[in-house]
Design a binder for this molecule. Structure first.
Ligand SMILES: Nc1ncnc2c1ncn2[C@@H]1O[C@H](COP(=O)(O)OP(=O)(O)OP(=O)(O)O)[C@@H](O)[C@H]1O
Ligand SMILES: [Mg+2]
Length: 420
């Protein structure tokens, strides 16, 4: 295996299991070997977040800071007392990482072929398709009680109790479109739905559906729905659906996309297919760019607005992003109360900036200084809400393009938030 391939593979694995310290140490060593000290330093910070005070990581951190400040990096043997482990070899040595053990650790994650690969592969053994099983549950999603309630009523309830749903004349089919400003938890809550449903949740990467060869994209769409029908009851999750379901009128230049959208319309249509038990969950920032035909009954016929995180959600987001980092004296309630108007992504950014401040201090002193309220406040002073432009467009849509009442929920929200 080529050196850089080793590094790439390790980074991929680390994305899936960020808490595996031995793996991160190997990555740090490889980065140092390639003189990528700044990258290595960032990994040192994350590693110390998982295990504050780890001597081996501190030693590596010292090597990076020395190198970055112009000195020659101290060799591993003379750096701060680090326990000798197979992973702490010399710069020239290939880190001796236990791949088998790491594979064991990530063993419960099996990706469906259509998530990272050629969609046709899964058609052949679609019935055995297994998906990533996120451990996230709806209960882990802070706040958003209205969204959760709606998901429970329209999606999870009927899927869990098909008999009952039938008795009430409803069924788990059709689609639901989550929409709202960027970074406010649409993808996150969809992962929680996946966690609730286990194997019957199929996240579809739109870019994987699209194929340069004529007709192949449509066949892929068809194959995905066929697989879903075989595995019903199940949920197909199409994230950023506007990329696919873009208004056909705006797609004169792209005949391919138009035919893909048409295929999606056909597949979602109960008149042409029996989609009993096949539920399509979509997410988008711009539902107004999604072809209206996709929002007719039987397709994405219900829309749920996912707005800015409320107080409970903000607290939970802050907790989530600080959970593995060394902290001291953080008052989550106070921070949640002072961050109204920030999105989940903004809050994540605040936590990262606060971490960097504490890390910079730690590097100066050579001792780990935990993240405190002063760091978070300093980070907050630097951030502006990122959703301003989205709310501008939303206001226009509600004002001028809500003739059919599609955006009444959004209109109520804007009024409540005094954004109208
Ligand atoms: N209610 C919540 N509880 C905990 N964390 C949350 C919550 N909402 C959002 N987050 C955090 O905010 C981050 C951004 O959320 P997410 O990626 O789901 O946004 P999105 O609405 O899908 O954005 P985009 O429209 O840009 O795709 C997530 O990584 C998650 O950690
Ligand atoms: Mg998203």
């Amino acid at each position: 295996m080529a050196d850089d391939q080793v590094l790439t593979d390790m980074l991929t694995m680390l994305d899936r299991r960020p808490g595996v310290l031995a793996l991160r140490v190997c990555v740090i060593e490889l980065l140092i070997e390639r003189e990528r000290y700044a990258d290595a330093l960032a990994h040192c910070g994350t590693a110390l977040g998982h295990e504050p005070g780890n001597a081996q990581v501190l030693a590596l951190m010292m090597r990076c800071t020395t190198a970055l400040s112009g000195g020659s990096p101290a060799p591993a043997a003379t750096s701060m007392a680090a326990p000798a482990t197979p992973a702490s070899g010399s710069a020239a040595a290939q880190p001796d990482f236990d791949w088998a053990a790491a594979e064991d650790e990530v063993g419960d994650i099996i990706e469906p072929a259509f998530v990272h690969g050629v969609p046709t592969e899964f058609v052949t053994d679609g019935d055995a398709a297994t998906v990533e099983r996120p451990s996230l549950r709806l209960a882990d999603v802070g706040g958003m009680s209205e969204v959760k309630q709606q998901l429970d009523l329209t999606l999870l309830g009927p899927l869990r109790n098909p008999e009952l749903a039938r008795a009430f004349g409803t069924s788990a089919r059709g689609g639901l479109l989550l929409y709202g400003p960027p970074g406010c938890g649409k993808t996150f809550i969809a992962s929680a739905v996946a966690g609730e449903l286990g194997a019957n949740f199929y996240p579809i990467e739109i870019t994987d559906i699209l194929d340069i060869y004529t007709g192949a994209s449509e066949r892929n769409v068809h194959s995905i729905f066929e697989m879903a029908r075989r595995n019903a009851p199940c949920v197909l999750f199409l994230d950023e659906v506007d990329a696919l379901g873009h208004k056909r009128s705006q797609m004169q230049a792209s005949t391919t996309m138009r035919t893909v959208v048409n295929q999606l319309l056909t597949e979602m249509d109960s008149a042409t297919h029996s989609n009993e038990g096949v539920f399509v969950l979509g997410a988008t920032n711009h539902p107004w760019d999604v072809d209206v035909a996709l929002r007719r009954p039987g397709r994405f016929d219900r829309m749920i607005f996912v707005g800015l995180p409320d107080l409970a959600a903000r607290k939970s987001i802050l907790h989530y992003h600080l959970r593995d980092r060394p902290v001291a004296g953080i008052d989550l309630d106070a921070l949640a109360a002072h961050t109204d108007g920030l999105s989940g992504a903004d809050l994540a950014h605040v936590c990262t900036s606060a971490t960097q401040l504490a890390m910079a201090d730690s590097m100066r002193s050579g001792e780990v200084r935990p993240i405190g309220m002063a760091d978070v406040r300093a980070a907050l002073a630097q951030i502006r809400p990122s959703t301003g432009a989205w709310f501008e467009s939303a206001r226009n849509v509600v004002e001028f393009a809500n003739g059919d009442g599609s955006y009444d929920e959004l209109a109520t929200y804007l009024r409540r938030m005094k954004r109208r």
